[in-house]
Structures are given as structure tokens and as C-alpha cells.
Ligand binder design. Structure first.
Ligand SMILES: [Zn+2]
Length: 127
């Protein structure tokens, strides 16, 4: 993993970008940083991180198994951040599906803080 460019698209090494957040959620100072770290977790298959970054009110509807199958059945290609505000991020995530067709996941995500730590609250798909 040394000197691997961060999959989130920042021009930085993984070790000085999303990896820091993967080890310590409180290091995501903004909603966008958490969103990027979650995308990177999809790329790397870090299911525990994806699970734990759901806001507590929505986490109970998630299962690690479902997160894992969504993360692993697709090949995540690229993240494009279209707009980010204090608590929302609109993005496009490009991936190859099981038939190797390029798909775009276009979402506006909402984030909420609990004790100064950002969590993914909900996402609205945009067509
Ligand atoms: Zn990153």
C-alpha cells in the first residue's frame, strides 16, 4: 500500500488521505472527507468502516453482508464530487457492474454529526 494514490481522487497518497480516516473517524473534519473515505472503503472492501460510518439511526437497517455484496460485486472506477456543502455531498461514482458495463451511481448524500463525528445519514439517488 505504500505510496498508493488515494482511490478517492485526491492527489495524495492513500496513507496521508483516507487511510487516516479509516483508522480514526474523528479525523474526517468535513462531510466531504467522510464521503471520500467511504468511497475508498468501497474500493478497498473495508466493510467494517462502511458499517460503522452509518449514522446510528440508519445503521440498524444495514447488514454487513449487504454492504459487502454491493461493494464487491462492482468494480469501483472513479469518484467525482459535484458539489459539497456543510452537511451534504453530491457525487457520481463510476463502476463496472458484473457484466463489465460502466454504471454511474449519482447520489446526494446527507451527513450528520454525533459528538463532533460525521456519519452518513441518508442518500438520495439522482437519475
Ligand atoms: Zn482519499
Amino acid at each position: 500500500m505504500l505510496n498508493m494514490k488515494c482511490p478517492c481522487g485526491n492527489e495524495r497518497d492513500f496513507s496521508s488521505c483516507c487511510e487516516i480516516i479509516h483508522h480514526d473517524l474523528s479525523k474526517a473534519e468535513t462531510a466531504e472527507k467522510l464521503m471520500r473515505a467511504r468511497y475508498t472503503a468501497f474500493v478497498l472492501g473495508n466493510i467494517d468502516f462502511l458499517y460503522h460510518t452509518f449514522h446510528p439511526t440508519t445503521r440498524r437497517y444495514q447488514t454487513k453482508k449487504e454492504i459487502e455484496s454491493w461493494a464487491k460485486q462492482n468494480k469501483w472506477m472513479q469518484l467525482e464530487i459535484l458539489n459539497s456543502t456543510y452537511s451534504t455531498v453530491e457525487f457520481k461514482a463510476y463502476y463496472l457492474d458484473q457484466h463489465f458495463d460502466v454504471q454511474v451511481h449519482h447520489e446526494k448524500s446527507k451527513f450528520k454529526q454525533v459528538q463532533h463525528i460525521w456519519y452518513y445519514a441518508e442518500g438520495m439517488l439522482i437519475n
